[in-house]
Design a protein around this ligand. Structure first.
Ligand SMILES: CC(C)(COP(=O)(O)OP(=O)(O)OC[C@H]1O[C@@H](n2cnc3c(N)ncnc32)[C@H](O)[C@@H]1OP(=O)(O)O)[C@@H](O)C(=O)NCCC(=O)NCCS
Length: 194
C-alpha cells in the first residue's frame, strides 16, 4: 500500500453517530445524494462531474451512519489550484471574469466540491464535520482549500475559517455563489515562520 492508499483507507469515527470514510470510488448512493441536494429539478446525470470524478487525484469523503452504514453526507476534494491567472482573476466558466482575489501565502491546491448532507440530517453539524476533515487532509498535503459556496452555506464555511474572496455571482441554473478560501494558520503568516 502506498502513502495515498494509506490516507484513503483511513476510516475515522468522528462522533457516535457518524463515521467518515475517504474513497476514490463513486457509488450510486453518492450520485443519488448529490442529485437530491445539489441538482434539484435538473436531469439525472447532471450530478456527475466529468473530468473530476474520474481524475485519479480526486478523493471523495463520505459521512456514513455509524449504525447502518447508510450514506448521509458527501464531499469531493478536487486537485484544482486557485487562482488560475497571474492577476488573480478567475474566469474559467465566464461567471467571475475580472473579480480579484485576496493575496494568499499558502497554495490552494484543492477545491472542495459537491458537498451535500441528506435531508433529515442537515443542521446537525455533519457538514461542518466533513469540512474539518477536508481541512485536516489539506493541511497534511500542505495546502489550503477553496470552494464556490452557495450563499445559504456561507455561514457554515465562515465558522470553519473560510473567508469570501469574491462578490456574489450567479451560477446559471443553480443560484448565487461566492468564492471562499481557507489556508489554515499558515495562510496568515510568512512561510518562513511555518
Ligand atoms: C450545506 C450543507 C452541506 C451543510 O451541511 P449541514 O450538516 O446541514 O451543516 P452544519 O449542520 O454543519 O451547519 C449548518 C449550516 O449549514 C448551512 N445550511 C443549512 N442548511 C442548508 C441548506 N439547505 N442549503 C445550504 N446550506 C445550508 C447553513 O450555513 C447553516 O448554518 P446557519 O444555520 O447558521 O445558517 C447541507 O445543508 C446541504 O447539503 N445543503 C444542500 C446542498 C448545498 O447547498 N450544498 C453546499 C453547496 S456549497
Amino acid at each position: 500500500m502506498n502513502d495515498r492508499e494509506g490516507v484513503l483507507g483511513d476510516t475515522q469515527k468522528i462522533q457516535a453517530a457518524i463515521t467518515l470514510r475517504w474513497t476514490q470510488e463513486m457509488t450510486q448512493a453518492h450520485l443519488d445524494l448529490r442529485h437530491e441536494q445539489l441538482r434539484v429539478g435538473m436531469p439525472r446525470g447532471s450530478e456527475r462531474y466529468p473530468g473530476v470524478d474520474d481524475d485519479p487525484r480526486t478523493r471523495f469523503l463520505l459521512a456514513l451512519d455509524a449504525r447502518t452504514d447508510a450514506l448521509v453526507g458527501c464531499a469531493t476534494m478536487q486537485a484544482d489550484e486557485f487562482p488560475r491567472d497571474a492577476d488573480g482573476s478567475r474566469d474559467a466558466d465566464g461567471s467571475r471574469a475580472g473579480m480579484k482575489v485576496h493575496p494568499l501565502r499558502f497554495p490552494l491546491l484543492f477545491r472542495l466540491r459537491a458537498m451535500a448532507v441528506a435531508a433529515g440530517h442537515q443542521n446537525r453539524g455533519i457538514g461542518s464535520t466533513l469540512v474539518r476533515e477536508l481541512q485536516r487532509q489539506a493541511t497534511a498535503d500542505e495546502s489550503g482549500l477553496w470552494c464556490n459556496a452557495r450563499l445559504r452555506a456561507v455561514p457554515m464555511y465562515e465558522r470553519c475559517g473560510f473567508r469570501c474572496v469574491t462578490e456574489v455571482y450567479e451560477l446559471p441554473g443553480i443560484g448565487p455563489h461566492r468564492d471562499m478560501v481557507w489556508g489554515g494558520e499558515r495562510c496568515y503568516h510568512p512561510r518562513t515562520n511555518t
